[in-house]
Write a protein that binds this ligand. Sequence first.
Ligand SMILES: [Zn+2]
Length: 170
Amino acid sequence: MMLQVLRFPNPLLRQKSKPVTTFDDDLQRLAAGMLETMYREGGIGLAAPQVGQLKQLIVVDLHAGDEDQATRSPRFYVNPVIRDRSGETMTNEGCLSVPDFTADVTRAQSIKLEYQSTSGDTVREDLHGLAAVCLQHEIDHLRGKLFIDYLPPLKRQMVKQRLVKQARTA
Ligand SMILES: [Zn+2]
């Protein structure tokens, strides 16, 4: 199931997503569709609101870009909550909803994450480095926040104007 990735400035990207309460086939189908879409678009993470579903569901695969599909390792995070964060790291981030733009963003180096699996089991996990950064970026999506929001105000304004113009002509 291929899904359409919403692009900035689509207003759905600014909405807050709701917790998942039903762990059924529809959720599995949505997760599988998001994964397929993320691989097709060449991302390493995708949050449900990016495909217009305001649900607290994230798919991640840090190996999505590998030549060898055998090393792929898809992960699903339902209702994720960051319980603790430590350290700092700067990463050049991009986003499937903000095409052709990257920016350095400073985030926690390590996080303690609590989430549910797609079958509803509670999982606790410590994440570091790129995995931690990716989850923080995706969890922001669930709160209607985008990585360009971290830019200094003047730069942010310039970038947003450019992206709006770009979206109009696309
Ligand atoms: Zn993103």
